[in-house]
Design a protein around this ligand. Structure first.
Ligand SMILES: [Zn+2]
Length: 272
């Protein structure tokens, strides 16, 4: 199929889309937008793969979100229990579907989880790296620092582990680390991606301006962080067009050049 944009990190598989998932999926197709739905625990992984199997313009990435290692994210269909270990064979089997294009989202979340849970998060992260290595699929990383920015740093913790353990490339989703950390990810062959937050938060502009266009993606992380001019609404994957436009504006590049390069970047990393 042909599509003009791809949202590399979406969650049509979360509960916020339970009432109108089909309508949103149809709208994407009409707008020429493809999307990769990222799973967070078993139930949302199964739904991401089912959506990808049913719709040509949807893909899936499967894994355990670091929040779900410790607690249960209520957006995950009212999940009431964490998923503290990776059921390796279950995930390996689900990943055999041709439209599963990566493993994750995985990594460290010190915003929702206390830094004391480092070891528990690390164990599940290592298991997902091992699965990605075995299947030769890229990693989708979720890295989030503590609310006050003190204490453990999710980006440094991930870089330390990836440098010795990862035999695949990947993407640091919703990148909010430093320029130096971004350079380290890029040295390891990892891309960074930006959400609608760049349309209203100026702090991202130096990163978007200075990092190479060939190593970044546009994403929505929907249903979260709708871009300008849709702030306050539930975010949907077609809104990724605003993220593409903002990247072009910040970099001072032609929108069409940026659109083509971002499509090529996603195609290269996720083999789609
Ligand atoms: Zn996500």
């Amino acid at each position: 199929m042909t599509y003009h944009y791809i949202d590399t990190h979406a969650h049509l598989n979360l509960a916020q889309f339970d009432t109108d998932r089909d309508a949103v999926t149809a709208r994407l197709q009409a707008e020429g937008v493809a999307a990769i739905n990222v799973g967070t625990r078993k139930a949302t992984n199964e739904l991401a793969v089912a959506l990808a199997a049913a719709h040509e313009h949807l893909y899936a990435i499967i894994g355990i979100h670091p929040i779900n290692v410790i607690t249960a994210d209520p957006d995950d269909h009212g999940a009431d229990a964490p998923e503290p270990t990776l059921d390796y064979d279950w995930y390996k089997k689900l990943a055999a579907h041709e439209k599963v294009v990566g493993i994750g989202e995985c990594g460290f979340d010190y915003f929702h989880n206390s830094s004391d849970t480092y070891e528990a998060q690390r164990e599940v992260f290592l298991a997902q790296i091992a699965l990605a290595n075995e299947l030769q699929k890229p990693l989708m990383l979720h890295l989030r620092n503590t609310p006050d920015g003190q204490g453990r740093n999710a980006y440094d913790d991930a870089l330390d582990i990836l440098a010795s353990e990862a035999k695949v490339r990947g993407n640091a989703h919703f990148f909010a680390g430093t320029y130096e950390q971004a350079k380290h990810f890029i040295e390891l062959g990892f891309t960074v991606s930006f959400t609608g937050v760049i349309t209203f938060a100026k702090m991202y502009e130096p990163l978007v301006r200075d990092l190479p266009l060939g190593m970044m993606h546009g994403e929505t992380d929907c249903p979260y962080v709708a871009p300008v001019p849709y702030r306050g609404q539930r975010c949907e994957p077609w809104m990724v067009t605003e993220v593409y436009k903002k990247i072009a504006a910040i970099k001072g590049l032609d929108e069409e050049v940026v659109r083509e390069q971002l499509l090529a970047n996603a195609s290269m990393l996720y083999q789609i």
